[in-house]
Design a protein around this ligand. Sequence first.
Ligand SMILES: Nc1nc2c(ncn2[C@@H]2O[C@H](COP(=O)(O)OP(=O)(O)OP(=O)(O)O)[C@@H](O)[C@H]2O)c(=O)[nH]1
Ligand SMILES: C[S@@+](CC[C@H](N)C(=O)[O-])C[C@H]1O[C@@H](n2cnc3c(N)ncnc32)[C@H](O)[C@@H]1O
Ligand code: SF4
Ligand code: SF4
Length: 352
Amino acid sequence: MTAVNVGIPLVRGRADDTSDRPDVPDLVDRFGRVARDLRVSITEKCSLRCTYCMPEEGLPAIPREQLLTVDEIVRLVGIATGRLGVREVRFTGGEPLVRRDLEAIIEGCSKVAPGIPLAVTTNAVGLEHRAHALARAGLSRVNISLDTIDREHFAELTRRDRLGSVLAGVRAAKNAGFSRVKINAVLMPETLHGAADLLEWCLDEQVELRFIEQMPLDADHEWARSRMVPAQGLLDVLGTRFTLTETEREDPSAPAERWLVDGGPATVGIIASVTRSFCSDCDRTRLTAEGTVRSCLFSDQETDLRAAMRGGATDDELMDLWRGAMWNKWAGHGIDAADFVPPQRSMGAIGG
Ligand SMILES: Nc1nc2c(ncn2[C@@H]2O[C@H](COP(=O)(O)OP(=O)(O)OP(=O)(O)O)[C@@H](O)[C@H]2O)c(=O)[nH]1
Ligand SMILES: C[S@@+](CC[C@H](N)C(=O)[O-])C[C@H]1O[C@@H](n2cnc3c(N)ncnc32)[C@H](O)[C@@H]1O
Ligand code: SF4
Ligand code: SF4
């Protein structure tokens, strides 16, 4: 038994039915999409407690024996990139830097997936001490989450007074030789008034800023559409200090829409996951820290590769399970549907 239903009934797809799947190697789904971008969560633990993501007390700990080991992660990344058509791998969590063996994970993956970009999404706490080692291990890119450059506000939003460490992490990332450093900021009514200051700081630091619409993935289930700041609200605020000119999307499955700031070349991006959803071009597949495949952020249906691996499954058997999970991927998050139910797991537990 490898399909794990982690809670609510499956209402937006047909679980387990793969009889109509074409016999192709890639991770295709019923809507004609092909998953090329693998996001691997490696832990549920975190050094911060962002209010839009984690509960104050943190997430329930995953027992150590249920976490994928370095070798298991490397094996699955090797299969995804070597046999299933995945072209980019991103490590996330929880906070990936909490795992002391992140360097070993990156090193192992860079050996089994030569030429495939390996990225990390991180809060950057402690990154200043590890950026160079991660780059040496084969990490290509880093995206850093930073919602405000105001120390008090940062401490309120994250429930931790760690802005100094994050800023040091951003600078270390810039000096470590990664191909790009991007900053992600979640849009909230509380952060809107500091948005122009954050953009100013990113322009000075020459890092690319993207704002993200808040999704109903907070552990406290307090998200409300009426409180959410839509992309347009941000554009209005930034427009009072900067001249913004919309540019073409680099590629249709890239979630960020970008604007030139004051004529460029610097840009600011907006990931409008809620008001301008990009689900129809989605190219993502996910592994949770416990080794289940999750085809969509919002789907509670998961397929357990860890149990299969530990039960002696061959690479071919793992590939069949993974392909089947993706074939049943939903059309999209369905946030606008009248019967929308947020997923049981929060962003930090899925791997954002
Ligand atoms: N709707 C939706 N939003 C996502 C998904 N994955 C990530 N996000 C959101 O997009 C934000 C940015 O994600 P990142 O981890 O930086 O990854 P990315 O934007 O794909 O990275 P790049 O390749 O650098 O563009 C996250 O903070 C999430 O809020 C997804 O599968 N669906
Ligand atoms: C869950 S975090 C994991 C990686 C790392 N701890 C970090 O914060 O970058 C990944 C991304 O999800 C985003 N995120 C978390 N909760 C979110 C929510 N409710 N809506 C939109 N984005 C969210 C964070 O801002 C971050 O950029
Ligand atoms: S967004 Fe990232 S840093 Fe913030 S609580 Fe979630 S996992 Fe931790
Ligand atoms: S919500 Fe699901 S379908 Fe939409 S972009 Fe995210 S992972 Fe893809």
